[in-house]
Design a protein around this ligand. Sequence first.
Ligand SMILES: [Zn+2]
Ligand SMILES: [Zn+2]
Length: 132
Amino acid sequence: MSAPRDSQTRVNLKTITCLFCEQLAVAWHHLTGRATPSSLYLDRSLVVPLCRRHHDREHELLRRSNLEFLPAGADALGHRVARILELIGRCADNGRALTLEPRTPYGDAIAGFYALLLEAARVLQSSQEGAA
Ligand SMILES: [Zn+2]
Ligand SMILES: [Zn+2]
């Protein structure tokens, strides 16, 4: 089986540079990925532009951290947050801030991030209510 790639997403990238470097981006990388190779993206609009080298490297590092897909029985929210934190760390390694674009072929990446934060806040709130 071939490795999953954002093969259908190499659009609208002719003038956008990679999140990590000055190269032109060739793919929209999904920050939180998919649960399995054949499933839908967990957060469809949460994407960043990456050049070929950094996109390949990102997936290699995700595989090494066992974060490429959602491990069986793992908490999906925690998994998504872990992937985002890894990417933020790599932004820092490259002296970059994590910036999200409002207009991508997948929708508004900022809104996608906000939706994930709201979901996390709801989980936190319900766990606090349960503890009270
Ligand atoms: Zn790059
Ligand atoms: Zn990717």
